[in-house]
Structure formats: structure tokens, C-alpha cells
Design a protein. Structure first.
Length: 363
């Protein structure tokens, strides 16, 4: 599946222009990815500080532009004729099977091809960051690609073994930024206790500390680390993982990282009180929230993230040689093509990618 450069009404690259270069993939073309991309790129505030190239289907973008209902005159769609597009050409039999609102093998093959092109070109130096539209893991599997998600594909293609899923959101109420890293990701809950080890926790903590210091400029970060069991095990009465290895490991880390403030293990049911107060500005309790939160499994971290920031959280893969961000929502096949998808999270992903690239480049 080859990618060709589409026409450039607004050329993406100008000599001497050092704005971040972002590759934006459409995600699953049967989902809301094309819609939220067109909505996000219609906002000049999103696009003014970066160069954006869309990687996907030029014909599909034009079809979305012409077919999507316009309920709100204030919410515009970017005209594909005015975008920089890398047109990924698919076999005709695959294109013919892509149906709006239905994830299938064809839509999975298309979204995988978009990702492969974006990764290859970014590794070749054409782009500084990838902003990925939402994909359906089930559609990838139907197409013959057995990956837990985009994160694992990115890590494999980039040749890295140390990587993590960090969720970032900035509160519209207070301006405070929530940063949550998952120690484990897409595994069954019954496997979490066996997968968690001091070695894994050290790798994830290394990633989080490096990210906070290098990407966010926080020289002496405060990091809150969750317990695994109710009440963090309550001295071994409700589970022994904390007593047997998590607390001793954390003490060792405190000794070896004097530049980092480590809180924990914090009982999971109270872990999110301070961030909630900081997010909503409820009382003085939000004066000293952590700079980063390390959750031990998927739902322990993402239930509070989505409760606070469902429409504006950004999924960021850390540990890669380039920046990767993504809106923190799925393909939403049930509302695809209806013109009602919210582009807030996609805009946030574009803003964050631009900010992180600029910070890395010293801008």
C-alpha cells in the first residue's frame, strides 16, 4: 500500500520554518476519526504553530467533507482541498468494503496502513510527531494484525522495549495538568498481580521521571504511586503485594532518587481525591497535588482520568524517539457520519504534540 503526496494548497514545509511537523493519521476510516480531524483542523488556533500533514485517504476526506451534516454553523470542517495530505492508496477491493459506521477487516487494513506510513516517515525524519486517530483493535485483528493497540505497534516499529501509556489533560476550570502513567495496560485484570514486579515498576518510574523532567520541564517532580489492593493491602490483611515487595521497592527508589518526591503506595480509593480537587478547584486541598500519577492497571488509572477529562484527555506514548499523542476516545462507530462527534480531544492531542515537540527542540 503506497502513499503519495497529495496536492498542497498550503505547502507544509517552508525553508527556514522550524515549527513542529505533525503527521495526523485518520484512524479507522469507518469511525469518527475523519470527522474529528476535519473539525480540529478547521480551527486556526490549532494549526498556527505547527505544520500538519494528514495521512489517510484523500477521497474519503472529501466524502466526509461533502456528506457530514452541519448542525452547528460555529463548528466548521476543514476543506480537504486546503490541507496537506499524504494519500495512502489501498487496493480497490479494500476501499469498496469500507462502510461508515461498521468496523471490519477493510477498515482495519486501512487504519493499519495509515499508521505504518506515518511511523516510517517519522522515523525517516519527515515528521517530529504523530497524532493518531482512533482505531478498532478488533478490526486490526480481522485484517490480520494482532496487536493490543497502536502503542505496541509504535514501540515495535521504533525498536524500543521501554515505553508507556501516559494520559495528559489540562483542567478547563483551574489550568492544572493531570498526568497519569499506567504500569500495565491491555491485559486481563486477573493477570495484573502476576505481571507487576519491582523491575517493571522501575522501568515505568524511569519513564515517568524522564518525561516529567525532559518533556514538561519539571526538575524535581512529585509522583504519587497507587497501591494494588483495597487500602493498599492494610498490612497484608487485604493482599500481600504491598507488604511483600511494593513498599520495600518504593523505599529503595526514594533512596536512589533524591531529586524526586515519591508518595505512596496510596490506597487506590483515595489516590484521586487531590487530583479531583485540583481539577475542579474545589478547596485548598488541591494546593499540593502530584506532578505525575503512576497507576498499576488500566481501569485504576483511566476511570478517574475519564471521569475528570473524558472530552479532553490525550493518550501519549512515552519512550519513543518521537512524540506520539492521540485523543482519548474510540472509533464511536455508532455515531460515525452523523456530524455530532466532539473534536475537543483531537484538538488537545494536536496542541500537546506541538507543545512537546517545541519543548524538546528548545523553542
Amino acid at each position: 500500500m503506497k502513499a503519495q503526496k497529495g496536492f498542497f494548497t498550503n505547502p507544509a514545509l517552508h525553508q527556514g520554518d522550524e515549527r513542529p511537523r505533525l503527521a495526523v493519521t485518520l484512524g479507522d476510516p469507518a469511525g469518527i476519526g475523519p470527522e474529528v480531524v476535519l473539525k480540529a483542523l478547521s480551527d486556526p488556533e490549532v494549526t498556527q504553530n505547527c505544520h500538519i500533514t494528514v495521512i489517510g485517504s484523500q477521497a474519503l476526506l472529501h466524502k466526509n467533507f461533502s456528506d457530514l451534516p452541519r448542525f452547528d454553523q460555529q463548528e466548521l470542517l476543514a476543506d480537504p482541498a486546503e490541507l496537506s495530505i499524504l494519500d495512502v492508496h489501498l487496493p480497490k477491493e479494500i476501499e469498496a468494503e469500507i462502510t461508515c459506521g461498521i468496523g471490519n477487516a477493510a477498515s482495519g487494513a486501512a487504519s493499519f496502513a495509515y499508521m505504518e506510513n506515518a511511523i516510517a516517515r517519522t522515523l525517516a525524519g519527515e515528521f517530529d510527531a504523530i497524532v493518531t486517530g482512533p482505531i478498532a483493535k478488533s478490526a486490526w485483528k480481522l485484517a490480520g494484525y494482532d496487536y493490543p493497540g497502536q502503542t505496541e505497534l509504535l514501540a515495535e516499529k521504533a525498536g524500543v522495549e521501554r515505553f508507556g501509556m501516559l494520559f495528559v489533560a489540562r483542567s478547563p476550570h483551574t489550568g492544572w495538568t493531570l498526568r497519569t502513567l499506567l504500569a500495565t495496560t491491555h491485559i486481563p485484570l486477573c493477570q495484573v498481580a502476576d505481571v507487576l514486579t519491582p523491575q517493571l515498576m522501575k522501568r515505568k518510574l524511569d519513564l515517568l521521571v524522564e518525561c516529567l523532567q525532559e518533556d514538561f520541564g519539571i526538575e524535581r517532580p512529585r509522583i504519587a504511586i497507587a497501591g494494588l489492593n483495597p487500602h493498599s493491602g492494610e498490612q497484608g490483611q487485604l493482599g500481600r503485594e504491598e507488604k511483600d515487595w511494593l513498599i520495600p521497592w518504593l523505599e529503595q527508589e526514594r533512596q536512589s532518587r533524591p531529586e524526586v518526591i515519591l508518595d505512596g503506595p496510596i490506597p487506590p480509593d483515595t489516590m484521586w481525591v487531590k487530583p479531583g480537587q485540583a481539577w475542579f478547584g474545589l478547596n485548598s486541598g488541591y494546593q499540593n497535588p502530584a506532578d505525575g500519577y503512576l497507576a498499576l492497571y488500566h481501569d485504576q488509572g483511566l476511570i478517574p482520568v475519564k471521569l475528570m477529562a473524558f472530552d479532553r484527555a490525550v493518550n501519549t506514548t512515552i519512550g519513543l524517539p518521537f512524540i506520539r499523542t492521540s485523543p482519548d476516545h474510540g472509533t464511536a462507530f455508532d455515531i460515525a457520519g452523523k456530524g455530532i462527534a466532539d473534536a475537543t480531544s483531537m484538538k488537545a492531542a494536536l496542541y500537546l504534540a506541538t507543545e512537546l515537540v517545541s519543548h524538546r527542540n528548545g523553542a
